[in-house]
Design a protein around this ligand. Structure first.
Ligand SMILES: [Zn+2]
Length: 120
């Protein structure tokens, strides 16, 4: 947890690591990465529901190379996220359509939503 925080702070300061670059392009997305396929990639997933501070990080080894950056920039940027999507779903996180990003298992379960929070 300490390492994760220092990493994020460094990215926010310099904006030069892979996670920072992807974040600029995919604004509003709550999934960021450190590292590039092929190889081990660390993922940082934060709940995008207002008021929720749930966040997790995990590592996946991605064997496939991303598409060429010049011909498929979006595919290049989304390569790692795409590979992680099934894993994220398995953990109970839900992608909210419309640019809201990912919600954690607690927020994506209707029974756990507080009516007052939904009006914010
Ligand atoms: Zn949440």
């Amino acid at each position: 947890m300490v390492a994760q925080r220092s990493h994020n702070d460094r990215c926010a300061t310099t904006g030069r690591c892979a996670a920072g670059a992807a974040g600029d392009t995919m604004r509003g997305m709550s999934l960021t990465t450190a590292g590039k396929a092929p190889g081990p990639v660390r993922f940082y997933l934060a709940c995008d529901r207002m008021g929720c501070r749930e966040r997790v990080s995990f590592d996946l080894v991605i064997a496939e190379e991303p598409p060429d950056r010049e011909t498929d920039l979006f595919g290049y940027l989304l390569h790692e996220a795409g590979k992680a999507a099934p894993y994220i779903r398995d953990r109970g996180w839900v992608f909210i359509e419309g640019g809201e990003g990912y919600w954690c298992p607690k927020c994506s379960t209707p029974a756990s939503r507080a009516p007052s929070a939904d009006r914010l």
